[in-house]
Design a protein around this ligand. Structure first.
Ligand code: BES
Ligand code: MG
Ligand code: ZN
Length: 494
């Protein structure tokens, strides 16, 4: 979507989109048109029954002698808008309306009320997020879910301020779209090595990217991650990324770590075939980390940020690891692999350890599509959050509520530790009972966390949308990019 800005409506051709506000629907341009047309706008609002609920519109095709071809009125109630997410949602609605009418470009007039602080940048963000499509594999145009709308000129007196604010959201959009593309990509075209190549492309945004191949992983003794990878013909990789936005400091404020299982069959503890295709998105954590790093680099955040993604494919084969195998992680701790389908935590064990050793970050946040149990527990609206720092968790919770990517604080106290004790190794990779499956995963990862503020986000439920949501066409959601970007900005400004 192309975005441009203008101070005034000069050449009012084409399609004009107006926000009509409850109790005060006719802003100055509209009221002008209304007067000139002897009350046409007022009549249209009345006859069409336009509702002021942020979810209603009326289309007016204009007669031959008028300059513009059509006007679309969006019924808005600003009192129902409470945070940046709600502004985005309104923008997203505008895109839906335009796409159903196959409209390609518009002029958007939002200069409605002086008293209300309108968040135009977030309206634009919501608009553009809803234009996303993953159409690359359709060869027939009619089967595509087309996005028609791709150009907006925003008309506002504050266009300069909005333009500078927009650059942050444009960067964010770039990151979210990268994440969505990677999550939606089928696993035959996104093996660990191909995903590592995608990460390497981020060098062009000023990120330092370091790719560790299997030989290097062996020399680092990443036995937990390598054990998962050993059943696959596609070799594993670990990739680290660095953004030095604060060159005066040599410490990292954050390290983000992502699970990148490019396909999870379950391994020898194989999954049922029904729905297994969904496991292409088991690299969602790594995709969020890459999208986030792209966004942070594009908006040149003034902070040093590092990242690590662990990229493997979990396959059953003659070389695959067996239930009951014991592996030694990079930390030196040993793990009894009871279930080869609990592979994400094995990948994270070495990835978080490597991130801590290499970058010594102040805060570490890992993201992983780790457990089906998190979906059973809290569904697909929120990510499960597990943390050793109430302060960091509170900050993320706040960020989540504002941007509409919510997290829910889950238990991870020491009472759960015994769940993963093994008879023959330092720990086993699954819990003993049937309960608290997501906590068992988190408590396992915690064993590899040392003296760092840490959050584990279980994003198994939020990475994929089975149906359209505001700002999210069905498919890969990109959940986490915006949340963590907001968190970084909040942290810097604290
Ligand atoms: N990748 C899965 C978790 C998952 C499930 C992600 C559904 C997205 C949607 C993970 O590797 C897994 O298989 N977890 C097991 C853990 C169990 C063996 C302890 C699970 O959730 O069943
Ligand atoms: Mg699994
Ligand atoms: Zn998995």
């Amino acid at each position: 979507m192309q975005v441009s800005f203008l101070e005034d409506l000069k050449n009012d051709k084409g399609t004009l989109v107006f926000f009509c506000i409850k109790n005060n629907p006719l802003e100055k341009y509209l009221s002008n048109i209304n007067t000139k047309s002897k009350g046409f706008i007022n009549k249209a609002i009345k006859i069409s029954g336009l509702e002021y609920n942020n979810n209603s519109n009326v289309e007016l095709i204009l007669p031959q002698h008028s300059k513009a071809d059509r006007i679309i009125l969006i019924g808005v109630d600003y009192s129902k808008i409470n945070n940046v997410y709600d502004w985005g949602r309104l923008g997203s609605y505008v895109t839906s309306v335009l796409n159903t009418k196959k409209i390609k470009k518009i002029k958007l007039i939002v200069s409605a009320l002086e008293k209300i602080k309108i968040d135009e940048a977030n309206i634009l963000y919501g608009m553009v997020l809803n234009t996303y499509r993953f159409n690359k594999y359709f060869t027939e145009k009619k089967k595509k879910r087309e996005n028609h709308f791709n150009k907006v000129t925003l008309i506002s007196k504050n266009h300069k301020i909005i333009k500078s604010k927009w650059s942050r959201y444009n960067a964010l959009k770039e990151g979210v779209f990268l994440t969505r593309n990677l999550v939606s990509e089928p696993s035959n075209n996104l093996t660990p090595s191909l995903l590592a190549k995608e990460a390497a492309k981020l060098k062009s945004y000023g990120l330092k990217v370091n790719i560790l191949d299997e030989k290097k992983l062996k020399s680092l003794k990443m036995g937990a991650l390598l054990g998962v990878a050993q059943g696959s013909a596609n070799k594993p990789f670990v990739v680290s990324l660095e953004w030095k936005g604060n060159p005066k400091s040599n410490t990292y404020d954050f390290s983000f770590v992502g699970k990148g299982v490019t396909f999870d069959t379950g391994g020898i503890s194989i999954k049922p075939s029904g729905g297994m295709e969904e496991m292409k998105y088991d690299m969602g954590g790594s995709a969020v980390v890459l999208g986030l790093m792209k966004s942070l680099a594009l908006s040149k955040v003034k902070s040093n940020i590092s990242a690590v993604v662990g990229l493997v494919e979990n396959m059953p084969s003659g070389t695959a690891q067996r239930p009951g195998d014991v592996v030694t992680s990079m930390s030196g701790k040993t793990i009894e692999v009871i279930n080869t389908d609990a592979e994400g935590r094995l990948v994270l064990a070495d990835a978080v350890w490597y991130a801590q050793k290499t970058f010594k970050p102040k805060n570490l946040i890992d993201l992983a599509t780790l457990t089906g149990a998190i979906i059973v527990g809290i569904g697909q609206e929120k990510a499960g959050m597990f943390s050793n720092s109430d302060k960091l968790a509170a900050l993320l919770d706040k960020a989540g509520k504002e941007v509409g990517e919510q997290v829910w604080n889950m238990p991870i106290d020491s009472s759960y530790e015994k769940d993963i004790s093994s008879d023959i190794a330092d720990m086993k990779n699954v819990g003993s009972g049937r309960g608290a499956g997501s906590t068992a995963g988190a408590i396992f990862v915690k064993r590899f966390i040392k003296d760092v503020n840490w959050i584990h986000l279980d994003i198994a439920g939020v990475t994929w949308a089975k149906s359209d949501k505001p700002m999210i066409p069905k498919g890969g959601t990109g959940f986490g990019v915006r949340l963590l970007e907001e968190m970084v900005i909040k942290y810097i400004n604290n």
